[in-house]
Design a protein around this ligand. Structure first.
Ligand SMILES: [Zn+2]
Length: 207
């Protein structure tokens, strides 16, 4: 599931080894083609002169599915619901429901638009885990980041409290925020809601 095709979301794809070596590997991509199909995005980001090899070097099986807002049946036990979020050129949030639990991935969303504010709360309703955009500090957002399409930890807390989600993972950290700052904002968020963690490289979530 790819929320959108901005560089911060696609730059790892050409370097992702499991796509290249083993023909038994199988990848299923879901994305909206409202701006451009994900398959085309991947081909274009690797076209000459940007990268030495193209997607024909990828031996893994790849299938691409177009999705729009609504529910998609993934298999007998799991569904995925997608809704649009508030981001320049669009972005989708996802609610993955399985017999084991509900995980919501909603990033690249700016608060303040009544429709999208409602969308993200609908997605998060009663979820076991909500992974949410908290790129900026609330004060950074208010002072100079309006219109950039991102959120902050205080809004993440609002969403989790209003939607009844059970655990919050703060995600999409600003590249200018160091670990000390991230730890600090997690502590602040815990004053409002105890089950908050910051996403980190290598983190695994079991639902
Ligand atoms: Zn992003």
């Amino acid at each position: 599931m790819n929320p959108k095709a901005h560089w911060d979301h696609i730059q790892g794809i050409p370097f992702f080894r499991p796509l290249y070596e083993n023909p038994e590997n199988r990848f299923i991509f879901h994305s909206s083609r409202r701006t451009r199909s994900l398959q085309r995005v991947m081909e274009e980001q690797m076209a000459s002169p940007y990268f030495p090899v193209d997607t024909s070097e990828m031996k893994a099986q790849r299938s691409f599915y177009d999705i729009e807002e609504g529910k998609t049946q993934l298999d007998d036990h799991s569904t995925m619901r997608a809704m649009w979020l508030n981001h320049p050129q669009g972005c989708m949030g996802f609610r993955l429901e399985t017999s084991n639990g509900v995980l919501v991935y909603a990033t690249d969303n700016e608060p303040g638009d009544p429709i999208f504010d409602q969308n993200v709360r609908k997605l998060a309703e009663g979820a076991d885990v909500l992974i949410y955009d908290s790129q900026y500090l609330p004060e950074e957002y208010a002072a100079k980041r309006r219109g950039w399409g991102h959120s902050h930890w205080r809004e993440a807390v609002n969403i989790v409290l209003e939607s009844g989600a059970k655990e919050l993972i703060l995600f999409h950290h600003d590249p200018d925020h160091d670990d000390v700052m991230i730890d600090k904002l997690v502590q602040e968020a815990r004053n409002y809601f105890p089950r908050v963690r910051a996403a980190a490289e290598g983190m695994e979530l079991k639902v």
